[in-house]
Design a protein around this ligand. Structure first.
Ligand code: G
Ligand code: G
Ligand code: MN
Ligand code: NA
Length: 255
C-alpha cells in the first residue's frame, strides 16, 4: 500500500511537523491544538484527514502518536521556559490510548521536560469508549490525577451513547464543527440548530464541563454562539493552525 510505505518513510525522514491552532476564551488566547502537517518533498501537503486513518489501520499511529506527544510537550515546555506558558492540546487516537504504556509515556514526558501537567491537554474521541468504558474511565482518571486536562473531541457526531459519554471523567467537550456548518448546523435552514447548541452548552455547564465550539469561520457564527453563552471557540475566523514561530507572532500582535 503506497501511502502506508510513504508514511513510514516520512516518519524516519522527519517530514512531519506540528502546527498550533489558537483556542480562545472570549477574546483571550486560552490554549492551542497541535495538528499534524505533512508535506512530502515535491508534492503538495497531504491532509491528516487522509493519512491519519491509514496510520491508524496499519498501526503506524503508535510511533507517529508518540512523536506528536513528544514534540507537542517539548513545544509547551519551551513556551513555559520562555515565560509565556500556553496549554497545548494533543489529539489521541483510540489505538494509542488503549496501549498499556500510554499513561507512563505521558508521565515520563512531563517529568523529563519539567512540564507542569496543566499545560497539557489530551483530546480523546468517543471511539475510546467503544472498546472498554471501565478501562477508559480509569485511565482518564489517572491522567487527571497527574493534572493533565482531558477533552472529548468531535462531540456529538459519533456512536457513543450520551450516558457513556457522561460517565467519562473529562474537563471539556469540543463540539464537532458540523454543528456550525453541517446540514443541520447553525446558519442552515434547520430551525432546531440554535436549540441543540444551547442544550449542549447547558449540559456542559451543569456537568462542570467547558464547552468549546469548533469550526467558527464567520463573524455571524461568532455572534450567534456568543449569544448562546459560548465562551470557548476555535476556527479559521481567529486563525488556522500555525507553525510555532508564526503563532508567536500572532500572540505578539494581539498583546
Ligand atoms: O488538521 P486537520 O483539520 O486537517 O485534521 C484532520 C483530522 O486529523 C482531525 O480529525 C484531527 O483530529 C486529526 N489529526 C490532526 N493531527 C492529529 C494528531 O496529531 N493525532 C491524531 N490522532 N489525529 C490528528
Ligand atoms: O477532529 P479535530 O477537531 O481534531 O479536527 C481539527 C481539524 O479542524 C483540523 O484539521 C483543523 O485544520 C480543522 N479546522 C480548524 N478550524 C476550522 C474551521 O474553522 N473550519 C474548518 N472547515 N476546519 C477547521
Ligand atoms: Mn481535535
Ligand atoms: Na473535532
Amino acid at each position: 500500500f503506497a501511502l502506508e510505505a510513504a508514511l513510514r518513510r516520512a516518519l524516519h525522514a522527519g517530514e512531519f511537523t506540528l502546527h498550533y491552532q489558537p483556542q480562545l476564551r472570549g477574546a483571550a488566547l486560552e490554549s492551542v491544538e497541535a495538528l499534524l502537517r505533512w508535506t512530502p518533498p515535491h508534492l503538495g501537503p497531504v491532509s491528516p484527514g487522509r493519512f491519519i486513518p491509514v496510520a491508524e489501520q496499519c498501526g503506524l499511529i503508535l510511533p507517529l502518536g508518540r512523536w506528536v506527544r513528544e514534540r507537542a510537550c517539548e513545544q509547551a515546555a519551551a513556551w513555559h521556559q520562555q515565560g509565556r506558558p500556553l496549554r497545548v492540546a494533543v489529539n489521541v487516537s483510540p489505538l494509542e490510548f488503549t496501549q498499556p504504556d500510554f499513561v507512563p509515556h505521558v508521565h515520563g514526558l512531563l517529568t523529563r521536560l519539567e512540564l507542569p501537567a496543566h499545560l497539557l491537554e489530551l483530546e480523546v474521541t468517543e471511539g475510546v469508549l467503544v472498546q472498554d468504558l471501565t478501562g477508559t474511565a480509569a485511565k482518564l482518571r489517572e491522567l487527571r490525577r497527574l493534572g493533565v486536562r482531558i477533552s472529548v473531541d468531535d462531540f456529538g457526531v459519533q456512536h457513543a451513547s450520551l450516558s457513556a459519554l457522561m460517565a467519562l471523567p473529562a474537563d471539556a467537550l469540543k463540539l464537532d464543527r458540523s454543528f456550525l456548518s453541517g446540514h443541520a448546523g447553525l446558519g442552515s435552514s434547520c430551525a432546531a440548530a440554535p436549540h441543540v447548541l444551547r442544550a449542549v452548552h447547558t449540559l456542559g455547564r451543569e456537568l462542570n464541563l467547558d464547552v468549546l465550539a469548533e469550526g467558527v469561520e464567520t463573524p455571524e457564527q461568532h455572534a450567534l454562539l456568543s449569544g448562546l453563552g459560548f465562551e470557548y471557540m476555535q476556527g479559521f475566523l481567529f486563525s488556522p493552525a500555525l507553525p510555532p514561530d508564526e503563532l508567536d507572532a500572532w500572540r505578539a500582535a494581539r498583546s
